[in-house]
Design a protein around this ligand. Structure first.
Ligand code: NAP
Length: 260
């Protein structure tokens, strides 16, 4: 018997990186999936690949987590058989730029706050009430080590991930009598499309992030998320902080000269 057989997992931002890896890991354990991202073609391709590989049911939809009306209407209009979610993985997120706050572009701030904080809240606001009603469920938020520290050039991204940490802790306390698990998985450096997006497609700059270090991969995070979701029913993993071996904090890294 697979460990998540008969469960439904909802993953935001599943067209790429960590969200996509989670979709594959959860499907391999037998979970049916609702997966979303903004790009319809990309998310449907992931859905089709998973259906073929694992034989689970997958419902895919384009949904922009920054829009409360889009989130509300897409989730309220899910087909009846998809209306009960067991595990919610709030993963959609991004960083924009690497500038000092007093020199930074406020459009990037809006995008990060709207996606990483408000998006997570909008989606949770739609899904968590049905978990409360059935007195079971699991919320897993993808935070970051940026939620535990600040670093120059990352002020607003760090602020959004500190907010994710605060929201996770609040859910844990508010849902204490509802038999709902609440977890956060907080990675350091993971090689995904994240740095390309942060540096607006400047490949040389995004490559430099991983220079001389073996980073984490999306699969490593999916493995940790799956670990949270497959513990004994009486246990709650509150938080997992994970980094590559050669990373101690956002700016304390060991870059091996032989690998540069
Ligand atoms: N990579 C790292 O080093 C790292 C470290 C710590 C934490 N994280 C966190 O991990 C999470 C996933 O990032 P990743 O590294 O996997 O990056 P990624 O490869 O760029 O994936 C981001 C995903 O989020 C989706 N997304 C972005 N904006 C969205 C929106 N407004 N509405 C819906 N979906 C949206 C993207 O799809 P569309 O563009 O198609 O919408 C994509 O599927 C983020 O929360 C990030 O902050 C990453």
């Amino acid at each position: 018997m697979k460990r998540l057989e008969g469960k439904t997992t909802f993953i935001t931002g599943a067209s790429s990186g960590i969200g996509k890896a989670c979709a594959f890991y959860f499907a391999e354990e037998g979970s049916n999936l609702i997966i979303s991202s903004r790009t319809a073609a990309k998310i449907e391709q992931v859905a089709e690949d998973i259906r073929i590989k694992f034989g689970v049911s997958v419902y895919s939809m384009s949904m922009d987590v920054r829009s409360n009306s889009d989130v509300t209407s897409k989730i309220k209009n899910l087909p009846k058989e998809w209306q009960s979610v067991d595990i919610l993985i709030n993963n959609a997120g991004l960083a924009r730029g690497f500038n000092k706050l007093h020199e930074d572009d406020p459009d990037g701030w809006d995008e990060m706050i709207d996606t990483n904080v408000k998006g997570l809240l909008y989606v949770s606001r739609q899904i968590v009430p049905q978990m409360v009603e059935k007195k079971s469920g699991h919320i897993i938020n993808i935070g970051s080590i940026a939620g535990h520290e600040a670093y120059p050039g990352g002020g607003v991204y760090c602020a959004t991930k500190h907010a994710v940490d605060a929201i996770t802790k609040t859910f844990k306390m508010e849902l204490i009598d509802k038999n709902i698990r609440v977890s956060t998985v907080d990675p350091g450096m993971v090689e995904t499309n994240f740095s390309n997006i942060r540096f607006a497609g400047d490949i040389n700059r995004s490559k430099k992030v991983y220079e001389g270090i073996e980073p984490l991969y999306a699969d490593d995070i999916a493995d940790a998320v799956l670990f949270c979701a497959t513990r004994k029913e009486n246990t709650n993993i509150g938080q997992i902080v994970m980094t590559p071996i050669a990373q101690a904090s956002a700016f304390v890294n060991y870059r091996d000269p032989d690998k540069m």
